[in-house]
Design a binder for this molecule. Structure first.
Ligand code: ADP
Ligand code: ADP
Length: 213
């Protein structure tokens, strides 16, 4: 049973790899960012609360995020494993998820750290486009759709995320390096971290992750 945590800076390719890994291992891809964007687009009560944080590229408070994760983990499809992307994002969240999993008699069995220099992620993020209906991720140069602006899989319209602007990217990366990166050491102590060179092509990164798993 695969219980995987993908970790790496914005633009390292977590969402891209997660989509393929979830399919290959038949496990759900749990992305707090995707769950939050869904609430915002449906304008739920929670969605309205999230807007000020997400649109500013700031972390949503830990208690709100933990509730979302608890609910998601309780769904049946998590019984045979899962792939976390975007949670935990600070030490407090890491400690919370460790306890939550322990209570379910589980732990992450692999923490995959996608490693890439800061200079390379900006171009990836500025060119990122996402399908509005299925969430599939493209890049205008590195992974373009067959027809400009249209998703290959379901014909959905591709959009650019509101937080993928130069200022917000800088602030999100700052949060990553100060708050999220230290989590890798937290899991290194447990001996479950594998470092992957995320500068390679999408298919090469995928092959390297598969070797580890
Ligand atoms: P990115 O990692 O590229 O910034 P995500 O799609 O993972 O984007 O998340 C989008 C936004 O959702 C984040 O900027 C933050 O506001 C919020 N968010 C996602 N995951 C978490 C989390 N684990 N804790 C707090 N806020 C989160
Ligand atoms: P993350 O979830 O870590 O923020 P994404 O998977 O959304 O990253 O990828 C960010 C952008 O970079 C997307 O436009 C994606 O198509 C592109 N991308 C992802 N992996 C690679 C790669 N190995 N080489 C080139 N571009 C990539």
């Amino acid at each position: 049973m695969q219980k995987i945590l993908l970790i790496g800076p914005q633009g390292s390719g977590k969402g891209t790899q997660a989509e393929q890994l979830a399919k290959t291992y038949s496990i759900p891809h749990i992305s707090t960012g995707d769950i939050f964007r869904q609430h915002m687009s449906e304008k739920t009560e929670l969605g309205k609360l999230l807007e000020s944080f997400v649109n500013e590229g700031k972390l949503v408070p830990n208690d709100v995020t933990l509730e979302i994760i608890k609910e998601r983990l309780a769904q049946d499809d998590c019984a045979n494993g899962f792939l976390f992307d975007g949670y935990p994002r600070n030490i407090e969240q890491a400690e919370s998820i460790d306890v939550l999993l322990e209570n379910l008699e589980m732990t992450f069995n692999h923490v995959i750290s996608l490693e890439i220099p800061r200079e390379l992620v900006i171009e990836r993020l500025e060119g990122r486009r996402t399908c509005a209906s299925c969430g599939k991720i493209y890049h205008i140069r590195f992974n373009p759709p067959i027809i400009d602006g249209i998703c290959d899989d379901d014909g959905g319209k591709l959009y650019q995320r509101e937080d993928d602007t130069i200022e917000k990217i800088a602030s999100r990366l700052e949060t990553y390096y100060t708050q999220t990166e230290p989590i890798i050491d937290h899991y290194r102590e447990k001996g479950i971290v594998s470092e992957i060179d995320a500068t390679l092509d999408i298919s090469e990164v995928f092959a390297k992750i598969q070797e580890v798993l």
